[in-house]
Design a binder for this molecule. Sequence first.
Ligand SMILES: [Zn+2]
Length: 108
Amino acid sequence: MARRCPECYAELLDDAIWVCPSCGYTLRMPGSAKAGIVFMLLGLALLGVFVYGPENLGLNSGVMPTELANLTIANFPLLVVGAFALGSFLAAAAALKIRSEQARVAAA
Ligand SMILES: [Zn+2]
């Protein structure tokens, strides 16, 4: 049985992986989009911790070596920015992937 688009019920060809050829509906999210969202949420959580104060996390209470705890606290802004940057990079890569298929099905 042929797959159908949940949006417009058009039959889907086997090469339509991410988007519906008739309406452009996004059928599936690439894994990198999900990973990107996870990293952005992680960045958001880290940002919350940063506002709260990473030194209040109890990292120095013996959970991890003091040096590592101090290093984490000192580089916390970098950690926040890094998670956000990685997240947006993955999301952008996923968006490009979807967009290139949209262009391909539009040209077909
Ligand atoms: Zn459709």
